[in-house]
Design a protein around this ligand. Structure first.
Ligand code: ACG
Length: 481
């Protein structure tokens, strides 16, 4: 299973309005086939006033800038024919201020007014959320509503059981349209508020109860549907959700791996693997498969972060040789750059997919001017496709390697050895075994090479008898069994 996180607005424009759309995606499915991915995580496409789509104004309507429900059905069915499955991002923790539900609530209409949390005298109107300085109470007219993600997104109040049924109807609606599963946004936030104290407070047990019921409903409609959770937190918190979701994003590995690559520190890499991977193995404690990734739409793009194409290739090589399910964020495969202002203003890491060398042409989306990916910067599909050693061609090789070795999804790992420069890792299951060598340093490095057939070589690596001379940031993988 190889996932591609796709942002429709930035992908491919079929009607020359500058915005990517569903018909555009249909036209470009072959790009995904060429890349080799078999699963798409589609960022929200429901009606929304926001560019990112995470504030939904109607859960049963396609954002008209993207097309209509028929276009959804067509692209999904065409994709299915080409071997691609689609998982829809469904942010159900909150709605848009412009949604009917919230507008009716503002007028005091039943039941909607009770679907939101309104501040009373117990609330501290200056309370901040725990990860940054944003306030959790949002003013509208002379009232305050609870909105953990800011003034554009009133949180739904899930103590109201009828909401649970409403959410099931939404899941059913999109499964019936042909989706193969969901990425469950902000999964730890469904119950993150204590009405007794009127304070922010995660209630993981209640979240677990909620998701169990939703997932058993989803699976009762489509047994093979995939559910992926976004719980952006430390492993001990993720563990509280064990056994519920098919895949859980491994945020710790994304964060630690990037630090490791920046520091070029093998000791830290070993610690990262020990800390972040076993937790998520099928035999580990988390139980959902580890969703392995380097970046997503909330984060600084990988090339802007690591500032070296070779390190980016090494980062992807690590992701594609580790157990779990690899995810790639659109544009990373062509070396696009982007640095969001912060998690509240992320458009700079969601720039138009760069199809053409000069930045413009048929299908090119132009909803946002390029700030980080100007014309002729080398990070367009056109330029990357021509260069044998481009990030694009390396990623394609890695995907091919991974598809030929899909057993790695459920494999185990052992760190065999490491020195100042190189880490040697065994990845294995009952039938298969590979040895991977990663050079974390900017200099060549020699290592004793185990017997076996070469499966992968990234960088100008040289074999001299039993000696493997790894190129700077080079990767070499042999099949051992
Ligand atoms: C999702 C989407 C995001 C979306 C929303 C809201 C949720 O991916 O695009 O925003 O629909 C928190 C939430 C996540 C949320 C991100 C943006 N992502 O939990 O669900 O914010 C800490 C916190 C996390 C927090 C993270 C953010 O614990 O909860 O994520 O910081 O930086 C260690 C710690 C770990 C810590 C990290 C980082 O790993 O263990 O706990 O995480 O360090 O410090 C969209 C838009 C927004 C808009 C909103 C309505 O992008 O602009 O406001 O919609």
């Amino acid at each position: 299973m190889i996932f591609y996180e796709l942002y429709l607005r930035s992908f491919y424009d079929s009607n020359e309005d500058g915005l990517g759309d569903l018909k555009g995606l249909k036209e470009k499915l072959d790009y995904l086939v060429e890349l080799g991915v078999d699963h798409v995580w589609l960022l929200p496409i429901m009606k929304s006033p926001a560019f990112h789509g995470y504030t939904v104004s109607n859960f049963y309507e396609v954002n008209p800038v993207y097309g209509n429900l028929n276009d959804v059905k067509e692209v999904l069915s065409e994709g299915h024919k080409k071997g691609i499955k689609f998982v829809l991002d469904l942010p159900i923790n909150h709605v848009a201020v412009t949604s009917d539900w919230f507008q009716k609530a503002l007028k005091g209409e039943e039941p909607y007014k009770d679907w939101f949390v309104w501040a009373n005298e117990k609330a501290d109107l200056n309370e901040k959320r725990h990860w940054d300085d944003s306030k959790i109470w949002q003013k509208i007219g002379n009232k305050y509503f609870y909105g953990i993600f800011g003034p554009a997104s009133p949180d739904l109040y899930f103590e109201r059981k009828e909401l649970w049924q409403e959410i099931k109807n939404i899941f059913k609606f999109w499964l019936d349209a042909g989706f193969d599963g969901f990425r469950l946004d902000a999964a730890k936030h469904i119950f993150d508020f204590d009405t007794e104290t009127m304070r922010f407070k995660y209630q993981h047990e209640k979240n677990v109860e909620f998701w169990k019921e939703m997932i058993s409903f989803i699976k009762s409609i489509k047994n093979e549907a995939l559910v992926i959770s976004e719980v952006w937190d430390a492993p001990e918190i993720v563990r509280k959700y064990e056994g519920i979701f098919d895949i859980g994003f491994n945020f710790p590995i994304a964060e630690d791996l990037k630090t490791t690559l920046k520091d070029e520190n093998t000791q830290r890499f070993v610690e990262t693997l020990n800390k972040c991977i076993p937790e998520y193995l099928p035999t580990g404690k988390v139980f959902s498969a580890s969703g392995n990734f380097l970046t997503n739409h909330d984060m600084t793009r990988i090339l802007s972060d690591l500032k070296s194409e070779e390190k980016v290739k090494l980062g992807f090589s690590i992701i594609y040789t580790l157990p779990g399910i690899p995810f790639i964020y659109y544009g990373e495969e062509i070396g696009m750059k982007g640095i969001p202002i912060d998690v509240n203003f992320t458009e700079d890491s969601q720039e138009p997919f760069h199809w053409y060398e000069n930045g413009f042409g048929l299908g090119q989306t132009e909803w946002k001017g390029y700030k980080f990916n100007p014309p002729y910067s080398g990070n367009s599909y056109e330029e990357q496709a021509k260069d044998r050693n481009s990030i694009l061609n390396i990623v394609k090789n890695l995907i091919k390697f991974r598809k030929n070795n899909s057993w790695i999804d459920n494999a185990k790992i052992d760190i065999l050895n490491f020195d100042q420069n190189v880490v040697k890792l065994k990845v294995y299951d009952q039938l298969n075994e590979i040895i991977a060598y990663y050079n974390l340093k900017s200099s060549n490095s020699s290592f004793f090479l185990e017997n076996g057939t070469r499966l992968l070589s990234i960088g100008e690596n040289i074999i001299d008898g039993k000696n493997l001379k790894l190129a700077p940031y080079g990767v070499y993988v042999v099949k051992h069994k």
